[in-house]
Design a binder for this molecule. Structure first.
Ligand SMILES: [Fe+2]
Length: 442
């Protein structure tokens, strides 16, 4: 990287951290003061934990390791260090009174940001003397925070509307009639993963090394499965048909009494839908948000499957020229609102097919944006995987056969994480995530 390039990266990283902080600050701003100790999802921490966590993470990652800064509040550094992954653990039992006041955490965050910003500016001014991994560590801080901006949105989606201060949100019901059909994708190679070639190109450990895969011919839905489609599955008894569910999924469904997607609520004969800031009648043309287990059962009902990670890549980035792949489904241009519903432009979904300019070369719509897409691929390392030295558990803790790869992105996914190699993952029974799906025949 030339001198000019490194100046650009440094400048860019400082402003990206500032922008990312704005994103998490604006998510917390929708929480009314009286709701800050609420726990909208039983298996997760109370909201107050995250107010401290997104900043304590930066401090714990960078302060001593990169800058030799001494802690000014060790108990908060520890208290806010770790989130909860709900697999296997019991429910947390802490009380609101176990947590500090919102104001006290704000003071901690302010001081921490001031100290870190000073140190970052000094270190980036003298790159030769700084920590050799400073740039990837700063990228980690930025993307970790942006991921929380999204997972906090899932969490606050479950918080009752009267506990929130509504943000700007456009509810779009319909676009031109979107007719779903399967699109044939001819066989061909596809590339996954990321090559370590530019110092400025950041990827998480699970994105390396680059992979080539040959994908035999298959057919894939041009649109996501809509609420309208999923309603048919429900009405035809899909939730009661044992043959559509794996043993674990069936046990989960029975234990949790799952009879419909978690964003839906029945009132009399009507289905209501929980948007971020209140209930509306079920928007029939929006992609359906469901767990992996529900998506899998629906696909099986039609005699189809969820796409594999390789099929997703081929459908999203491939072209009719088998030697040419795109950076994004729509081409090589950076993400912008004309190409899809992502990067915090909205809190909720849009009807399928609302961003026709973002369709892939094969005419697959919304494959990046407007909801993550479940795949049938278990989350596992690519050959050549090496954990990040400063965050060894980021991916490795989840290579347990209990998580599935999600690709694409939701309305609350930051533009930088719409890159082709980015992989997200969740366990199959977690119902709150902004994930939808489409089916394949292969
Ligand atoms: Fe975190």
């Amino acid at each position: 990287m030339g001198a000019l390039g490194s100046v650009r990266v440094r400048h860019n990283l400082q402003s990206r951290l500032t922008e990312a902080r704005k994103r998490t600050d604006e998510v917390f701003q929708i929480v009314k003061d009286e709701a800050i100790y609420d726990r909208p999802i039983n298996e997760r921490h109370r909201i107050i934990f995250y107010v401290g966590h997104v900043d304590a993470f930066d401090w714990n990652l960078l302060a001593e390791r990169a800058f030799g800064l001494r802690s000014f509040h060790e108990s908060f550094d520890k208290l806010f260090a770790f989130g909860i992954d709900p697999v296997g653990g019991g429910l947390p039992t802490d009380k609101p009174s176990d947590w500090p006041a919102r104001e006290e955490i704000h003071r901690y965050n302010l001081r921490l940001r001031e100290e870190l910003d000073g140190a970052i500016a000094r270190a980036l001014g003298e790159p030769a003397e700084g920590h050799p991994l400073l740039i990837p560590m700063l990228e980690t801080a930025v993307e970790h925070r942006l991921m929380h901006a999204e997972t906090l949105s899932y969490m606050l989606h479950q918080l009752p509307a009267d506990r929130k201060i509504p943000g700007e949100n456009e509810i779009l019901w319909k676009t031109a009639r979107a007719k779903s059909h399967l699109v044939e994708i001819q066989s061909g190679h596809t590339s996954l993963g990321l090559r370590r070639q530019h110092a400025e190109e950041f990827g998480w450990d699970n994105e390396f090394e680059p992979q080539e895969a040959f994908v035999p011919e298959f057919a894939i839905d041009n649109y996501n499965v809509k609420n309208r489609d999923f309603l048919l599955f429900m009405q035809s008894g899909g939730y009661a048909d044992r043959s559509l569910w794996s043993e674990e999924a069936w046990a989960w469904k029975k234990q949790e009494n799952i009879e419909h997607p978690s964003f839906w609520r029945r009132t009399g004969n009507l289905w209501m839908y929980r948007t971020m800031f209140g209930e509306v009648q079920l928007p029939l043309d929006w992609p359906v948000y469901v767990s992996h287990a529900e998506a899998t059962a629906y696909a099986k009902w039609l005699g189809r499957k969820l796409p594999s990670e390789e099929q997703f890549h081929r459908a999203a980035y491939g072209t009719s020229d088998v030697n040419v792949e795109r950076e994004y489904p729509w081409g090589d241009e950076a993400p912008s609102p004309r190409y899809g519903n992502f990067d915090f432009a909205n809190w909720d979904l849009k009807p399928v097919g609302s961003s026709p300019r973002g369709a892939s070369a094969f005419g697959i719509h919304d494959i990046v944006g407007n909801g993550w897409e479940w795949t049938r691929t278990e989350f596992a390392p690519f050959p050549g995987f090496t954990p990040m030295p400063f965050y060894p558990g980021y991916s490795a803790n989840f290579f347990d056969g209990k998580h599935y790869v999600m690709k694409g992105g939701s309305p609350r996914t930051a533009a930088c994480m719409l890159r082709k190699s980015f992989r997200n993952w969740f366990q199959p029974h977690y119902p709150y995530v902004y994930a939808t799906f489409r089916c394949v025949e292969d």
